[in-house]
Design a protein around this ligand. Structure first.
Ligand code: FAD
Ligand code: SF4
Length: 546
């Protein structure tokens, strides 16, 4: 369906069809609630993924929007967070592009204030979220095994068996045994066996663009099922420009547009913003009104504040043996041992991911070798495939100075101010990275590696904390059910709700929270009888905004 066709009103309007929006759509629709999802990007059909993979290996980003300037942003702060390759627009959202590592948070991660005296506690506990983690794992099809001794208890088995450890994992396993570090499988939303009507992983290795559909993305795992219920419509190429409130501080409609820039309206009883950690905050700020002069749902002034990610560093070393890298497109082993450190009031937790692909490729070795012919062949043969790498993901504390704000000086495709991201790290994160680099170097040294070095500071494609949850409306934007404190019919879902971020990737937690919120919406609102049928027609019904 093209932008604006047919649908003018919904019971629930969801903005964004990524991880959170896609999951909410299915969970509401299968309970008989009529939803309309407005998604800014296009549909990316599975049939076109082969071509997308070929473009991806040539260095192109196939997920880039065709609308010039729609992804524009500006950046500042000591690190300068960039969004290119760190999010995707389209039905499926960033799950089109993600790596699929699906870790739960640990019980302690929800209680940083109580246990360590830093940041804030979440308003919900691991135990409350645990059943929803199980549901999220089943829906996404997570392959794993409960061999992480540091994980919190789970009540359900992984739906799929784990991927076997790789050849190079064998090196790391040897070193970790000697150093008494627990190495375990990486749980991932990737089919180790056929599952959910999707094929088994073929180990082709272009996982940022999976041509087979073996990697879970909500355009495959949730959206088609939501539409099949007959209760959900997904409108692609529909960018929401602002939300509009009535005199009682409730959202009444959204204004959206497609590539033709023509403004349309959609009214609904309930609104769910699921546009990702940056765009959800920006959309609220763009929706300022006399009732909400600082931005919709922003009486606390916290919308866009505490922008958080996971600082990252790769540590590599050269070993004498061949390690056969680049044969598997994802990591199969990790260690969660340091995700639970004892002195977490002083420095962050961290995860170690043992890479299956590290070191220069033949095409990178050749141009700098200065060699030709047989000598070049020999150089590539000697140098390639002898590098081992360990990736560090560090925990970051929420920092008030890290923000998403509006940059009025730069506008996007629709003429709206773009997001400005201010991002840096502090002593807490630096201390975590320093210790993690020492541990990684020790593992590599135990393997006899030479030329052990740390790469540059990076950050994960995780955009978190910008509309955080809490019980106190002065200290948070949404409550424990992700409903905006200031706007009774507005829910904000996604990584922006995280109070603290642990060292784990966020998406399984985003998914679990979305399922819980959908269940809450269905219970509360259907109980009150306030949700009514969708009107679907090219002709607006009386009283509807157009
Ligand atoms: C390269 C990469 C690797 C990653 N690897 C992992 C991983 O291994 N594990 C993990 O846990 N996480 C990973 N992530 C992060 C993961 O993808 C995100 O955490 C997750 O997708 C966030 O879900 P979301 O629904 O909040 O946002 P998204 O999935 O980004 O969805 C937001 C959607 O909203 C749409 N939208 C935005 N603005 C508007 C608007 N104004 N109107 C209408 N629609 C709008 C966007 O087009 C998008 O489709 C990775 C991300 C990337 C990019
Ligand atoms: S390795 Fe598996 S998950 Fe990755 S792109 Fe190939 S089939 Fe998809």
């Amino acid at each position: 369906m093209a932008a604006g066709d047919g649908v003018r009103e919904a019971e629930v309007c969801i903005i964004g069809a990524g991880a959170a929006g896609g999951i909410m759509a299915l969970e509401l629709a299968r309970r008989g609630i009529r939803v309309v999802v407005l998604e800014s990007g296009p549909r990316h059909d599975l049939a076109r993924r082969g071509d997308y993979s070929r473009r991806f290996v040539k260095g192109e980003n196939p997920w880039e929007s065709p609308l010039k300037g729609i992804d524009r942003y500006t950046t500042g702060g000591s690190v300068g967070y960039r969004l290119e390759w760190n999010r995707a627009r389209g039905v499926g959202g960033s799950t089109l592009h993600w790596e699929g590592t699906t870790l739960r948070l640990r019980a302690d991660d929800f209680r940083m204030r109580t246990l360590h005296g830093v940041a804030e506690d979440w308003p919900i506990s691991y135990e409350e979220l645990e059943p929803y983690y199980g549901k999220a794992e089943r829906a996404l099809g997570v392959a794993g095994t409960p061999d992480d001794p540091w994980a919190s208890p789970r009540s359900t088995a992984f739906p799929l068996p784990p991927f076997p450890l790789s050849f190079s994992d064998g090196f790391f396993a040897r070193a970790c045994r000697k150093l008494d570090i627990a190495l375990h499988h990486v749980p991932q939303a990737r089919n180790s066996l056929p599952y959910g009507g999707r094929s088994q992983c073929h180990a082709c290795g272009t996982c940022h663009v999976c041509p087979t559909g073996a990697k879970a993305s909500t355009d495959l795992t949730h959206i088609p099922q939501a539409v099949a219920t007959g209760h959900a419509d997904v409108v692609a190429d529909a960018t929401v420009l602002r939300l509009e409130v009535d005199g009682s501080s409730q959202v009444r409609s959204v204004v959206y547009a497609g590539g033709d820039r023509r403004e349309r309206r959609l009214s609904a009883r309930l609104f769910v913003v699921a546009a990702g950690g940056v765009e959800t905050a920006r959309l609220l700020l763009l929706s300022a009104s006399p009732d909400f002069p600082r931005g919709l749902a922003n009486r606390s002034g916290l919308v866009g504040r505490y922008f958080t990610s996971h600082p990252m560093i790769d540590v590599t070393g050269r070993v004498a043996e061949r390690v056969y890298p680049y044969r598997i497109g994802f990591s199969t082993a990790m260690s969660g041992q340091f995700a639970m450190p004892r002195d977490r009031q002083r420095r962050g937790a961290f995860l170690l991911e043992f890479l299956n692909s590290a070191g220069p490729l033949p095409g990178e070795i050749a141009p700098v070798s200065g060699a030709w012919g047989t000598a070049l062949g020999q150089r590539v043969k000697t140098e390639f495939g002898r590098t081992l790498g360990i990736r560090i993901y560090a925990e970051q504390l929420p920092i008030a100075a890290n923000t998403v704000t509006l940059d009025a000086g730069v506008t996007d495709y629709f003429g709206n101010p773009v997001p400005h991201i201010t991002y840096g790290i502090g002593p807490y994160e630096r201390a975590a990275l320093k210790e993690a680099e020492e541990v990684a170097a020790k593992i590599l040294a135990t393997l006899g590696a030479e030329d052990i070095r740390s790469g540059p500071l990076g950050y994960a494609a995780h955009q978190l904390g910008t509309h955080r949850m809490g019980s106190d409306p002065a200290q948070s934007v949404v409550n424990a059910h992700l409903r905006a404190h200031d706007v009774p019919n507005l829910y904000l879902v996604g990584g922006g709700t995280f109070v603290t971020v642990s060292s784990s990737p966020p998406t399984l937690t985003i998914a679990a929270l979305a399922i819980r919120t959908a269940e809450h919406i269905a219970e509360v609102y259907r109980g009150q009888g306030t949700i009514r049928r969708t009107h679907r027609s090219g002709v607006p019904a009386a009283g509807m905004a157009t």
